[in-house]
Design a protein around this ligand. Sequence first.
Ligand code: UDP
Length: 553
Amino acid sequence: QSQEVSQARIDYHVALQALQEHGTRMVCTGKMHTDRICRFDYLCYCSEAEEFVFFHSNSSVMLPNLGSRRFQPALLDLSSVEDHNTQYFNFLELPAAALKFMPKPVFVPDVTLILNRFNPDNLMHVFHDDLLPAFYTMKQYSDLDDEARLVFMEGWGEGPHFDLYRLLSSKQPLLKEQLRNFGKLMCFTKSYVGLSKMTTWYQYGFVQPQGPKANILVSGNEIRQFARALMEKMNISRVDEAEKDGGSAEDEKDKEKKDEYIVVFSRSATRLILNEAELIMALAQEFQMRVVTVSLEEQSFPSIIQVISGASMLVSMHGAQLITSLFLPRGAAVVELFPFAVNPEQYTPYKTLASLPGMDLHYVSWRNTKEENTVTHPDRPWEQGGIVHLEKDEQERILASKDVPRHLCCRNPEWLFRIYQDTLVDIPSFLEVLREAMKTKPNLKKAKAASTVHPGRVREPQCQTSVQTSNEAKLTVSWQIPWNLKYLKVREVKYEVWIQEQGENTYMPYILPQQNYTFSENIKPFTTYLVWVRCIFNKNLLGPFADVLMCRT
Ligand code: UDP
């Protein structure tokens, strides 16, 4: 049936002839397998061999042409998880002449994005590893538009969140197992292979204990634009933030207050909050707000997002459902609860998300420190934290420990044992943590006013020098404002000047409000100074340094 679809839209003989004559063409970005995305014409897939095939002909192109370095360890990562050895992509090679002896290829006319989902059963992984990276990979290549076809090669079934993947394009994504239906040999007319890692913020602890990525390249802005696009696809309309902000009359403020509510995201299978009703009552009383609960077991995903997108606070046990905080409105609070013996500082995917610049969420964690309030499950299977399969000594060590030591992913039994505990939340300590945190709630209006426009270079930097006595000299540095400043309203403009004596490896930094200054302290006669000047907006938006000045006294 798919064959008919493709035949209707491309001329089969033209395509076949193109493949035979030109073979496969590949051009990639990225110097390393970990940052590479490749674009192919006529990349083929042999479902019998479960291998991609590159057909060589006189006009095929393979760039980078790595020779056998292509296998050291791979051409590229098929998932957004860096350098994971189960997620590598490569292809087999054949001369185009071999096509004569092979089954007739079926051509896929759609522009295709080929990738691996990392863990489609887990909502955090779905968003962080697949949806966000796929969304922005599609933004990077304009022919990966709403008509693009996604192909998931990790080999899993649809999984519980397939509807979310469907939102990425208007075409049904294909699973690896479905490729068989296209016959023994299928060829993608145009395809991209691999995912951008630009939006990921967390590493799961395969080579070092889990934590934020070393070099985060995404800000709240991109996360929120993605969230907005997804909400539009889900037909979720949310009270516009501008509308909420609008109006200054007191009664309107009251009305707004009435609409505020807290969401408790509950889990009903594992890692339970044992006194959820009590927690809800306490929250309602403390904040004088409505409290609603949501759970993945009871509601559709869109209806959950509808609720979360208007909430003032999201409270939940640590767990994948907390990824939904990316749908919270600016200024909302994320309150993450941790079971006994689990250190919140060591498991921070949601803290890191909430703390991304421009995400404008207020993150708070609470940890159960009372052992009598935890309920353990030693008899469960190991993947749900059971420990009865372990040696007695090891079981006793784990039971006696009050803090899970740092560990690698993914099967550390002590970690699993502790993270799958149920918790009776101690209300007084919980409210104490909340009250303390809310004291320092950042002023959103202020944060909003601070724009993210960086200063340009200061212009026409100059220095003048004079020698006063045999051991006194003066150094006057002046400059003009950055070019973009005249178009901006900036609350505070300051300049930073670094003065370094040539040959020394330290420098003296100065922060100045004006556009010139005469330095006389620590300035020696007959000495060369290197001077750098840059502009700073609002204390922390740094501009680039102007070209270094060489100033001889
Ligand atoms: N999950 C859920 N309710 C539960 C337990 C799990 O909805 O009681 C969901 C959870 O949000 C995640 C998936 O099931 O999407 C796997 O949960 P798991 O506990 O394995 O992972 P974690 O939440 O620790 O990332």
